[in-house]
Design a protein around this ligand. Structure first.
Ligand code: URP
Ligand code: ZN
Ligand code: ZN
Length: 457
């Protein structure tokens, strides 16, 4: 089975050139100019970019959380991902207290098998730490689940103490895995939440007002310090506060292997969204929360200068019915928002078009760096002979209007409702198979495979 993508502009993290790409079965076979070879399918990419498929290393599909379950399962979530130009995701399996990591991994594999439209891997959220869990971490790493998310917040649910965090960090030093940290000072936040509720402050905006930027910065600093003592790399997830970014920048300037991602919501939305009337602020209840609009430029600067390495989505959608669980108490609003489908267009429109980041950097942030950090490169994350044929034909001139009704995520609102963005995905190949053809879904549930990821080299 051969597919020839002709006349496009191939963009990788380092290159930009006019070229044709021949795909043979699941792989990229040949790249050249004016390729004149037989193919079963020919795609004309004239005037379009030919990009490596997007890699979203932070999604929560079919995830129970806060008395609800995230609205997208692996079929709808990965379908929406494909529509938006993302061809690989790394989702979070959860080890609930008392369970083995293996049990958690098996449960999440069952959720994905036969459903995922594009390829998927897993990080493991660990909520318990003991001798057995340490050994299980090694086994998981061997099976390709090479990263572990730990929480410094949500005491009694997800949170681990510093000693447990330190043990996990040390273990990754031996097994080649990576710790991904949810960095917020949970105990301080819990005090602020209790005080706000006691004062009768129940509205969604108090979610943000009780999670100050300094609580994120303090935890980010502590997480990096623990990783420094353990002498291992660390990856900070969903960084939202400029104050937390300062901690990452300072560590990187000292030569530490501190990595961090941010998400489109922190680049395009702000605290002001919490002021939306009629409980509208609940749409943006996520942790960490949205921050002051004036600080967003610092995140863009971090992306441009490589203090932030990835843009992922933290896609964790809940419908308004679920959000209303917290109608009388902001602390009961399920945390999370949709984003898996809109990431590439938003970052292109808000990043590349105004000149905040280059086109190469756009590819690096949305595909190449996540692939490198999470053990998928060079199989994923670039356009090169031998790499998986995960390819996006992206139209830099097409303008779309973001709206819950026309997007494919199974959630009844969109945080960017009505926003126009220029730059949209036309056609998508996942390991050589067409999944989106000129904006039409032609993929199949179960077409995606489990990604056994490599350890750090
Ligand atoms: O609010 C968020 N971020 N929900 C998803 C869970 C997490 O902490 O990533
Ligand atoms: Zn988190
Ligand atoms: Zn998350």
């Amino acid at each position: 089975m051969k597919t020839l993508i002709k006349n496009g502009t191939v963009v990788t993290a380092t290159d930009l050139y006019k070229g044709d790409v021949l795909v043979e079965d699941e792989k990229i076979a040949v790249i050249g100019t004016s390729l004149d070879m037989h193919a079963d399918t020919i795609i004309d990419a004239g005037g379009k970019y030919v990009l490596p498929g997007g890699i979203d290393v932070h999604t929560h599909l079919d995830m129970p959380f806060g008395g609800a379950t995230s609205a997208d399962d692996f079929e709808s979530g990965t379908t929406a991902a494909a529509f938006g130009g993302t061809t690989s995701i790394v989702d979070f399996a959860i080890q609930y207290k008392g369970q083995t990591l293996h049990h958690a991994w098996e449960s999440w594999m069952k959720k994905a098998e036969g459903k995922a439209v594009v390829d998927y891997g897993f990080h493991m959220i660990m909520t318990d730490m003991n001798d057995q869990v340490e050994q299980e971490m090694d086994a998981l790493v061997r099976q390709g689940v090479t990263s572990f998310k730990l929480f410094m917040a949500y005491r009694g649910v997800f949170m681990l103490d510093d000693g447990s965090i330190f043990r996990a960090l040390l273990r990754t030093g031996q097994n080649g895995g990576m710790i991904c940290m949810h960095a917020e000072n949970g105990d301080v936040i819990d005090v602020l939440v209790r005080r706000a509720l006691a004062q009768g402050h129940t509205a969604p905006k108090f979610h943000a007002l009780t999670r100050p930027a300094r609580a994120e910065a303090e935890a980010t600093h502590r997480a990096i310090a623990l990783a420094e003592i353990a002498d291992v790399p660390i990856y900070i997830v969903h960084l939202s506060a400029a104050e937390a970014l300062e901690m990452v920048t300072e560590a990187r300037d000292r030569g530490l292997h501190a990595y961090a991602e941010t998400c489109p919501q922190y680049l395009f939305l702000s605290y002001d969204n919490y002021e939306e009337p009629d409980f509208g602020g609940s749409k943006y209840v996520m942790s960490p929360p949205l921050r002051d609009a004036a600080k967003r430029d610092e995140l863009w600067r971090g992306l441009a200068f490589n203090d932030l390495q990835c843009v992922s989505t933290d896609h964790c959608p809940f419908c308004m019915k679920e959000k209303r669980l917290g109608e009388n108490d902001f602390s009961k609003i399920p945390n999370g928002a949709p984003g898996i489908e809109t990431r590439m267009s938003l970052v292109y429109d808000g990043g590349v078009r105004p000149g905040r980041i280059s086109l190469n950097r756009f590819v690096e942030l949305t595909s190449t760096s996540p692939a490198k950090i999470f053990g998928l490169f060079p199989r994923k994350g670039t356009i090169a002979p031998g790499s998986d044929a995960d390819i996006v034909v992206f139209d830099p001139r097409r303008t779309i209007t973001l709206a819950a009704k026309t997007l494919h995520m199974k959630v009844d609102y969109n945080p960017y409702e009505g926003r126009q963005v220029t730059g949209a995905t036309d056609t998508v190949l996942s390991r050589g198979r067409l999944v989106i053809e000129n904006g039409r879904f032609v993929g199949r549930a179960g077409g995606g495979s489990f990604l056994k990821r490599a350890t750090r080299s």
